[in-house]
Design a protein around this ligand. Structure first.
Ligand SMILES: C[S@@+](CC[C@H](N)C(=O)[O-])C[C@H]1O[C@@H](n2cnc3c(N)ncnc32)[C@H](O)[C@@H]1O
Length: 281
């Protein structure tokens, strides 16, 4: 591990070292890339950070500065694909942003381990749909509904079902419970906004309605409350292809900007109560 607050990490190393050639996906990541990279670098082959992106331009050198790999990792090349710039400030409909990726490819000169750190600018749920086939680690925190947050309900159905359909059995689901709007998953935000607590009582296992078991195995520091690490034991019947397809279709509709909701005739939106008037992004 590199320069991170080690005293804030309460996670048995076995949960990290058991990952082999893994994929980590972090939607709405903003600039919060240092910790996931530092924690998982030797065990993950691909980091995918998906954001509408503040950087505006994929050529922005800021991307490289964010990558916090140990010094034995050398940059081999960086590849840009898709739209180098797309002026999303002109579009309220973020879904129409032309996606672009900047992929930094590194290798460890001691072990030859290769790792790609990929920044995808575009609409988050499309990144999950298009770039991720199997996921070892899902990472999502520091987000909110309105007030500069994304409004994107990653910790809520149907989006969470899309993520779980890609997460491997025993994969890690890491979150501070941001944007969790349903009781079914409310355990993800048990201690949200409790900043001063030093210790958390050992959690029990929780099941979602699809029979997936969430076991809290650690905590890796505060964001909007503690960021907990959940090991997900999948219900083996859960990855039904048709329901996954339906979940993605619904999630795409539901990752709306509030203006879109007002114009939408899709009844499924009423499943999710929305009270705030605007999204300041
Ligand atoms: C409140 S910031 C959180 C950043 C980061 N998670 C952190 O903890 O610092 C929300 C981020 O979500 C991004 N965002 C908003 N809507 C999005 C969408 N539909 N898909 C992907 N990213 C989105 C914004 O650009 C912003 O960087």
């Amino acid at each position: 591990m590199t320069d991170i607050e080690l005293d804030e990490i309460h996670l048995d190393e076995k949960y990290i070292t058991q990952i082999q050639d893994g994929v980590l996906f972090y939607p709405c990541s903003g600039y919060d890339v240092k910790l996931p990279i530092s924690l998982f670098a030797p065990y993950v082959n691909q980091f995918i950070f998906a954001d509408l992106c503040e950087y505006r331009n994929l050529k922005n050198p800021k991307f490289k500065e964010l990558i916090n790999l140990p010094s034995n990792y050398k940059l081999q090349k960086s590849v840009i694909k898709g739209a180098v710039e797309s002026d999303f400030t002109q579009h309220w409909n973020y879904r129409s942003i032309e996606p672009g990726v900047r992929d930094f490819k590194y290798y460890d000169k001691n072990t030859q381990h290769r790792v790609s750190v990929l920044f995808r600018r575009g609409y988050g749920i499309y990144a999950l749909r298009d770039l991720v086939s199997e996921l070892d680690v899902f990472f999502y925190r520091g987000d909110s509904m309105g007030e500069g947050g994304s409004d994107a309900r990653w910790n809520t159905r149907p989006s969470i079902s899309c993520t779980l359909s890609k997460l491997k059995d025993g994969g890690l689901y890491i979150t501070d419970g941001s944007n969790c709007l349903q009781r079914e998953y409310s355990f993800l935000k048990n201690y949200q906004n409790e900043y001063n607590k030093k210790e958390y009582p050992p959690g029990r296992d929780y099941f979602d309605k699809s029979g997936n078991m969430f076991s809290c195995v650690g905590e890796i520091g505060p964001r909007y409350g503690p960021t907990f690490v959940w090991k997900v034991t999948k219900n083996k019947d859960f990855n039904d292809l048709q329901s996954t397809k339906n979940d993605f279709e619904r999630a795409q509709k539901l990752f709306f900007h509030v203006n879109e909701l007002q114009n939408s005739s899709d009844d499924s939106n009423s499943f999710y109560p929305m009270t705030q008037k605007s999204n300041s992004l």
